[in-house]
Write a protein that binds this ligand. Structure first.
Ligand code: DON
Length: 307
């Protein structure tokens, strides 16, 4: 069997192995997310030559949620620079849940750009001008990472905007902590919209592959972000991407990754591949149960652990 067939075979085998599993729960604190199909399950891998491998529901649309965070972090690093972003957002694991307060004592800086507090701040750091409104820039970047024009699921956006007071509270806490060059309270509404951008597992695998490929989308050839930015984002995904489960994930799966509450999960093998899974049944940490198991099994089978 050649290498390409082995990858397709492995994805199909994992799909068959975990498709029947019913563990986990749909997220319901954003009411629209509770309407997802609990049986949906897809796996996709994009190689550095842009080849697509997939199994299952890889073209089913869902909202990107927290999987947007590394890409908006990449955008703010590209525009504002590592040092300036680092003045306002840390790069240390919080050891806490995604929606915890996680502000550094003393400075009030969010722990990292993967938890909600830090993601609201990185969204706020994206410039907002009349000719290029903040959300337009974000949607444009997410689309370039995916290699096609993405759009917003307005119902999910409205659902989170109605129920998102905890994120608004985080934004107020961040603003109260000190003199910021930006307004996180205004940016939180843009953050909700960013989380409601619609993607598929194939899109997410392409986005992860773009980070793995030094910022160049391997399908379209578009240089979306500079190579050092892609490396910085992967570093923070490795240490913080799975929140308070980041250490265990790096220990066992060994790949930079990011989860989202709608059931998307990405992992990147630097200079090798981008991987994504979609399955909306979640564990208590807000990570897809089938996705976690499938990526763990794939890493073990092909020896993908980076260390
Ligand atoms: O801010 C929120 O709560 C959601 N829009 C996104 C959270 C999320 O995806 C957490 N990841 N597992």
């Amino acid at each position: 069997m050649n290498a390409a067939d082995a990858v397709t075979d492995a994805l199909c085998e994992l799909h068959t192995r975990f498709a029947g599993l019913r563990d986990g729960r749909l997220a319901d604190y954003i009411p629209q997310l509770a309407l997802a199909d609990p049986d949906a399950f897809g796996l996709a891998l994009i190689s550095m030559d842009g080849h697509r491998y997939s199994a299952g529901d890889v073209e089913v649309p869902f909202t990107v949620q927290s999987v947007s965070k590394p890409f908006v972090y990449a955008l703010s690093l590209s525009v504002v620079g590592l040092d300036e972003v680092g003045r306002w957002v840390g790069a240390e694991p919080s050891g806490e849940a995604f929606n915890a307060i996680s502000l550094e004592p003393g400075t009030g800086r969010p722990a990292n750009a993967m938890v909600n507090a830090g993601a609201i701040l990185t969204t706020a750091l994206v410039p907002d001008t009349r000719h290029a409104p903040r959300f337009d820039r974000i949607l444009d970047y997410l689309s370039r990472f995916a290699g096609r024009q993405l759009d917003v699921d307005e119902q999910v956006y409205a659902s989170e905007a109605l129920t998102g007071d905890r994120n608004r509270a985080l934004a107020y806490l961040i603003r109260s902590a000190g003199p910021l060059p930006v307004d996180p309270v205004a940016a939180v509404e843009t953050y909700f919209r960013q989380c409601a951008v619609r993607v598929t597992a194939l899109d997410l695998a392409t986005m992860a592959a773009t980070l793995a490929n030094g910022g160049v989308n391997p399908v379209t050839g578009d240089a979306v972000v500079p190579e050092p930015v892609a490396a910085h984002v992967l570093a923070v995904m490795a240490t913080c991407g799975m929140y308070d489960a980041s250490g265990d994930w790096l220990l066992r799966v060994g790949l930079p990754a990011k989860s989202g509450v709608s059931g998307g999960l990405i992992a990147a093998g630097p200079a090798r591949f981008g991987l994504a899974t979609y399955s909306p049944l979640l564990n208590p940490a807000g990570t897809s149960v089938r996705g976690h198991l499938a990526l763990g099994a794939l890493s073990e089978r092909f020896g993908l652990h980076l260390m």
